[in-house]
Design a protein around this ligand. Sequence first.
Ligand SMILES: Nc1ncnc2c1ncn2[C@@H]1O[C@H](COP(=O)(O)OP(=O)(O)OP(=O)(O)O)[C@@H](O)[C@H]1O
Ligand SMILES: [Mg+2]
Length: 345
Amino acid sequence: MATIVLDGVVKAYGKNPVVRGLSLEVHEGELLSLLGPSGCGKTTTLRMLAGLEHPDQGTIDIGGTRVAGPGVRVPPERRGLGMVFQSYAVWPNRSVEANVAYPLALRRLARSEISERVRTALRWVRLEAFAERMPHELSGGQLQRVALARALVSNPRVLLLDEPLSNLDAALREELRAELAALRERLGTTLVFVTHDQAEALALSDRIAVMNGGVLEQVDAPERLYHAPASAFVARFVGGANVLPGVVRDGVFHCAQSEATFALPNEVARSEGPATLVLRPEDLELGTEGTPLPLAARLFLGNSVEYRFAVGTSLLRVVAPPMEGVRTGQVLRIRARRARVFAAP
Ligand SMILES: Nc1ncnc2c1ncn2[C@@H]1O[C@H](COP(=O)(O)OP(=O)(O)OP(=O)(O)O)[C@@H](O)[C@H]1O
Ligand SMILES: [Mg+2]
């Protein structure tokens, strides 16, 4: 069952179209990530779900009830949602406990019930011991957890999270990511999670909606997005594939502005003519066969090395095991174990 249905949603700021005909369903209990580059309309979409912005066209339904559309505009507090903003907006002059209690205090619940629920929410985000602290006595990660507890305390059926892990260091991010996953298992809340970090989206989501310039490029499970991207954009954005412009002639890909050609594996679907070649760095191998190219740079990644080549005006990255005695400028041969070809846009 779909908890959230967006249908043909359009939003412009002045003359600037930001969301351009977005149709999307979020299922009950699902964690759906909105993924895309900066400025593609992720926050705007979330704000429309929350009721902080109103779509110019299209409709939004939550839990079977129309909340936005022509003549319908349900205010944020009546949508049954929790939201954590990109800037986590914790009140600086209220204690942790008072911050988390605020949404319940607004609803005039009994003091004993408020304190019980605040305690539970703080336990969920592992901040029980910090109830009395003031925000300036907390780390960035702890502040984000306060914001999360405040969103959870009303037991919302839907939780909207806008880059809730964005201000954290890598270790803390990892930790909070795991906490979020555990929380969601426990609470069964439907989660819409905004991020521009593809690794985070791949790790957390049931499905990912990839946005580009206000439109959806693809909505799919992480594995499908990675292995069967619907466009060169998705392939580049999810998993950092190499994207090379060129032309297919006699079953061979000829790169634009370069002598380089790639023999295409037999199973690759392609038609003759202008095209875009998509090669994942880990699907390329260096050896005695394949396209000869001079090595432009090498980056040590720990257990592997990223070898970089220039192809026309594009960069080609190959991730392979470390090799002894390879110098920049040296010609190496590159073979594609797997490839994808898209018709040129
Ligand atoms: N209140 C506003 N008035 C005018 N333009 C806005 C407003 N809010 C956002 N925009 C513009 O709309 C576009 C989409 O913004 P949005 O905040 O939805 O992007 P985003 O995908 O969340 O990006 P980021 O990853 O940087 O947070 C941007 O070009 C932004 O400058
Ligand atoms: Mg944003």
